[in-house]
Design a protein around this ligand. Structure first.
Ligand SMILES: *Cc1c(COP(=O)(O)O)cnc(C)c1O
Length: 389
């Protein structure tokens, strides 16, 4: 991904920050284990280097959304436990078995497909039964969970490793949200109490659950966003207990580029498509080679986004284009082609965060991180593992 990089724009992935976050989270949830969620190319950070660093910093295992994502980790030589967070498609069961992934199951069909594949390959598959306690996305209904667990237990080719669920509003602090999380955990506890034996592992918490809900930690938590140094949402940041903890996490991702062109323009000139913003005074406008095809969304212009150039915050000079954007650096700015521009991250004493982008775009930090396109090279920095991905 990094080899042959010619583009003067890049995502910087700080593995020291990642290890710091993993260690903090692991310490907060201990004795529960930490499973590092590296789906969607580790939220845009690069799955393989992040997975290695997370395991090195104390994560007990990894989780992905897709079979292909699990296979990518195995092909990179990663041997840590890998959990698939959804039931694999029946025709991918063979790949799951061969890659030695642990599979979530939510249906009898899923159990049968995996058992069949495991027998064919001549091995056993580790299975996590997922229960729908209120998220209503995937999962067996609470009333049908015991039968599905029994079907797994009766199948010699399958090893029941865990029963789990997923919380819908663990990041909410409103009374309504808290009540719903309590209800989800009660439903989960009831399902587990109705099983003939307690499964080896129970898990329920995402980052918000892990940080804010002691009762949701069980034996393992599945953390994504916190590991990447972002809070799950604004409510928990304002919370008296979770807020100070979340403030200690460090953003892992920065988005940077080098100025490709500079011009001095008169007041009232209107750069870019639509000619939407007159320059307030004569000034220096810098062109930066990143655009909406890279995930620098057009809405950031209307949102009042600023970027850091020479340690100063500068507004966008006009509409973001597909591959490039323009920045109003102000009068007499000493900006030259090749100068580094920070769109997300720290420069000097100032910082622009993915959370700020999210609030300008009416979305969440997760979508900002995952939205940075594969066309932007990822460059790993930090620590002994920070050599090459
Ligand atoms: C993505 C995901 C997570 C991680 O959530 P964060 O909020 O990023 O910590 C955990 N569990 C499941 C099932 C997920 O899909």
């Amino acid at each position: 991904m990094v080899e042959g990089r010619t583009r003067p724009a890049w995502v910087e992935v700080d593995l020291d920050a990642l290890r710091h976050n993993v260690a903090l989270l692991a310490q907060r949830v201990a004795p529960a284990a930490l499973c590092a969620v590296v789906k969607a190319d580790a939220y845009g950070h690069g799955a393989v280097p992040v997975a290695r660093a997370a395991i090195g910093a104390g994560a007990a295992g990894l989780a992905v959304a897709l079979v292909d994502e699990g296979v990518e980790l195995r092909e990179a030589g990663i041997e840590a436990p890998v959990l698939l967070l959804s039931e694999p498609p029946a025709d991918a069961a063979d790949m799951v078995v061969r890659a030695g992934l642990a599979a979530t199951v939510t249906s009898r069909g899923g159990v049968d497909a995996l058992a069949h594949a495991a027998r064919r390959v001549g091995t056993r598959v580790r299975v996590h039964v997922k229960v729908d306690t209120g998220m209503h996305r995937i999962g067996v209904a609470p009333g049908a969970a015991a039968a599905l667990v029994a079907a797994v237990a009766d199948e010699p080719a399958l090893a029941l490793e865990a029963v789990w669920t997923h919380l819908a509003v663990a990041d909410g602090t409103a009374a309504d949200d808290r009540t719903f999380t309590v209800l989800q955990l009660e439903t989960f506890d009831k399902v587990v109490a109705g099983l003939p034996a307690r499964p080896q592992v129970l898990h329920a918490a995402n980052t918000a659950g892990a940080v804010a809900w002691t009762a949701a930690r069980y034996d393992m938590v599945r953390t994504g966003i916190g590991m990447y140094g972002l809070a799950p949402g604004p409510d928990l940041v304002a919370d008296g207990d979770s807020g100070p903890f979340l403030a200690r996490l460090r953003p892992v991702l920065s988005l940077r580029a080098r100025v490709s062109a500079v011009r001095e323009l008169d007041a009232a000139e209107r750069p870019s498509y639509g000619r939407r913003r007159p320059l307030p005074e004569r000034g220096v406008v810098a062109t930066v080679p990143l655009g909406y095809a890279d995930g620098v969304r057009r809405g950031l212009f209307d949102g009042g986004c600023e970027v850091l150039v020479g340690g100063r915050r500068c507004p966008l000079a006009g509409t973001i284009t597909m591959d490039q954007l323009m920045v109003d650096c102000g009068p007499d700015a000493a900006v030259a082609p090749g100068d580094e521009v920070t769109l997300i991250g720290r420069q000097g004493s100032d910082e622009v965060t993915a959370a700020q982008w999210a609030s300008m775009l009416g979305t969440i930090g997760y979508e900002v991180l995952c939205g940075i396109g594969p066309r932007v090279p990822r460059v790993v920095v930090g620590g002994p593992a920070g050599r090459k991905p």
